[in-house]
Design a protein around this ligand. Structure first.
Ligand code: ADP
Ligand code: MG
Length: 620
């Protein structure tokens, strides 16, 4: 037997390993299994080059628990190691890289755990580790043993088969790793898509033999293979059907509604990346749906925290990204400035945009059908990334109150003849509450030959601002922001049939009745076809208010400000009200209340008083 010390530095690294990585001990399993996978891939490569004399044999990696001996063993049939290689790779290389890693990231406890430190992470959970290994070369097998201090031993072993067994003697404070369910959970988390089959004991399956009355249930023992060695993202899109994609989505997110569609990523230059991004059906609880993209490195699960790699607006997507080129062993700030990561982000953005454009061009009705759900992603992207805006501007859709979709450009062209104002600006009219309060305003605008957009989706407020600042000479105006005459200001002046004096009288009557703090009364000479009294909410003020409320400001102390516009050409004003002997006030109040009602602003006692008075009036 040989003895030695792992490193020339006598400083003991093991307590540090234990202490540091305590929060994420579980990654040891991922590290040891990925070493086993690496060793297996190497032997496959050698075999394919004809450098292996013997048969490859069954390459399945075994994970075994022995609760009595308190060991967890990982066995592979990879290239194995000779005595010299054990000394070199385990004593020098692995150890020095472990040490280097720890020194570098001592202060960044957060990244530890997203990155393993390879072989030595075994000592987070084991107080003794044995490595029994036989190389594929004609050399003897050896056992390397280390008990969590710099001293190790190497002795001959009588292992016949090529490969490596890593035996972990689980320490007293890590006994959870002797539980079958715990290990199964970890294997499912980290190893589900590794390229070499991994067996964790056996499972019993019930099968039925025979027909009819002779039918017999039989229990059979089967290998418990926990991984799918050929996940679909590694395959060519041409080999896959929609059902394959949906089934895989279901595997990733059981119980979720089927995805709207997906994008298969596949690139090998200037970096290598594969993956599938799914557009999920959005639910109201968007936060819950976030961060569902899993990141893999050569099929090894790394994290589901892909914030830096996927552009923010795409974190709502689901699926997987697999890239050996994403530097996983570096800190966050570094990741953000990394050239590869930047390229990956912009590649993904580009790819998503071009896939959407392709869908739009190929099958527009289908695209329109999906827009309701997908629009939020696209708008979010257009708001947050200028590059994406440029591309998406071609297929982003605007929906009008008749449920017709137009691209931004189509829409501009469509409304230009009727909705250009005196300053040559194209005025896009919209409502953000199509079903309710603004219905009358919308109908009036439509009867006047205008088109009205539905802007009632989550990000539409911001989207409107974005379009206004990006498009030239385009402005958005909600249907109730002005009277119909002035909604699109064409600089056409109308005269009132009333004299100055009559108008003053009308104003006095209304001033007495409209006592609300936020209301200001104006008299306007409108078309006799417009309503006698109209509530308008100037666009700018209303937006300010909405924005403040969205930023969490308490607006309750500020009265809702609005205009009460009295139409000085409406017969009810010019004849009835002006000529009424008594009850002028009552009539003014009634008209004012009707206008409030039209806006959904008449509530509580005001509403019940109004109704009671109307009933009394009808009874007379
Ligand atoms: P890394 O995997 O990044 O090289 P590790 O600390 O995980 O670092 O492993 C150190 C080295 O030990 C590996 O590079 C490999 O040469 C060797 N090794 C570890 N596990 C095995 C194994 N199961 N079979 C063969 N060689 C192994
Ligand atoms: Mg490794």
């Amino acid at each position: 037997m040989q003895k030695g010390n792992i490193s020339v530095q006598t400083e003991n690294i093991f307590p540090i390993i234990k202490q540091f990585l305590y929060s994420d001990q579980e990654i040891f399993l991922r590290e040891l299994i990925s070493n086993a996978v690496d060793a297996t891939s190497k032997i496959k490569t050698l075999a394919s080059k004809g450098e292996l004399k013997k048969e490859l044999g069954d390459l399945t990696i075994d994970v075994k628990l022995d609760t009595e001996a308190k060991t967890l063993t990982i066995s592979d049939r990879g290239i194995g190691m000779s005595e010299d290689e054990v000394k070199k790779y385990l004593n020098q290389v692995a150890f020095s890289s472990a040490q280097e890693f720890l020194e570098k990231y001592k202060d960044e406890s957060s990244i530890i755990g997203h990155f393993g430190l390879g072989f030595y992470s075994a000592f987070m959970v084991a107080d003794k580790v044995e490595v029994i290994t036989k190389t594929y070369k004609r050399k003897k097998a050896v056992t390397w043993t280390c008990e969590g201090d710099p001293a190790y031993t190497i002795e001959d072993a009588d292992k016949k088969e090529r490969g490596t067994d890593i035996v972990l003697h689980i320490s007293e404070d890590s006994l959870e790793f002797l539980e079958k369910s715990r290990i199964e959970g970890l294997l499912n988390k980290y190893c589900k898509f590794l390229p070499v089959p991994i067996r964790f004991g056996t499972i019993t399956e019930t099968i039925y033999e025979g027909e009819g009355d002779d039918k017999e249930a039989k229990e059979i023992e089967k290998d418990n293979i926990i991984n799918n060695t050929q996940p679909i993202w590694k395959k060519k899109p041409t080999e896959l059907t929609d059902e394959d994609y949906k089934a895989f989505y279901n595997e990733l997110h059981p119980f979720s509604a089927p995805p709207l569609f997906w994008i298969h990523l596949n690139i090998d230059y200037p970096f290598s990346l594969t993956g599938i991004l799914y557009f999920p059906k959005l639910t109201n609880n968007i936060e819950v749906q976030k961060n569902k993209i899993q990141l893999y490195s050569n099929q090894v699960y790394v994290t589901d925290n892909v914030g830096e790699i996927v552009p923010e607006f795409l974190t709502l997507l689901h699926g997987v990204i697999d890239s050996p080129d994403i530097p996983l062993n570096v800190s966050r700030s570094y990741l953000q400035s990394d050239k590869n990561v930047k390229q990956i982000t912009s590649y993904i953005t580009k790819k998503v945009a071009s896939r959407l454009e392709e869908m739009f061009k190929k099958d527009r009705p289908n695209f329109e059908e999906k827009w309701e759900n997908m629009g939020v992603f696209v708008k979010y992207g257009m708001l947050s990334e200028d590059k994406f805006y440029e591309r998406a501007a071609k297929f982003a859709l605007l929906k009008n109150v008749d449920d017709k979709y137009h691209t931004i450009e189509e829409y501009q062209e469509k409304i230009k003849p009727t909705q250009t104002d005196k300053d040559e600006r194209v005025v896009m009219l919209y409502t953000n509450n199509p079903a309710m309060e603004l219905d009358n305003y919308t109908i009036a605008a439509k009867n006047n030959g205008y088109d009205v957009l539905k802007m009632d989706q989550p990000l539409d407020n911001h989207f409107i601002q974005k379009l206004e600042t990006t498009l030239e000479k385009v402005t958005f105006t909600r249907v109730d922001s002005n009277t119909l005459d002035k909604l699109i200001d064409k600089d056409e002046k109308r005269e009132s049939v009333l004299s100055e004096k009559q108008q003053e009288k009308i104003k006095t009557v209304f001033t007495e009745q409209v006592t609300d703090m936020g209301a200001s009364i104006t008299l306007e000479a409108l078309s006799p076809d417009e309503q006698p009294v109209i509530i308008t909410k100037p666009e700018f003020m209303r937006r300010m208010r909405e924005m403040s409320a969205m930023q969490g400001m308490d607006m309750s102390h500020m009265p809702d400000s609005y205009n009460v516009v009295v139409n000085t050409n409406h017969p009810l004003i010019t004849e009835r009200l002006l000529n009424a002997k008594k009850k002028q006030g009552d009539l003014a109040k009634h008209l004012y209340n009707l206008a409030l009602l039209n806006q959904g602003m008449l509530r509580g006692t005001d509403l019940s008083n109004f109704i009671n008075r109307s009933i009394e009036f009808l009874a007379k």
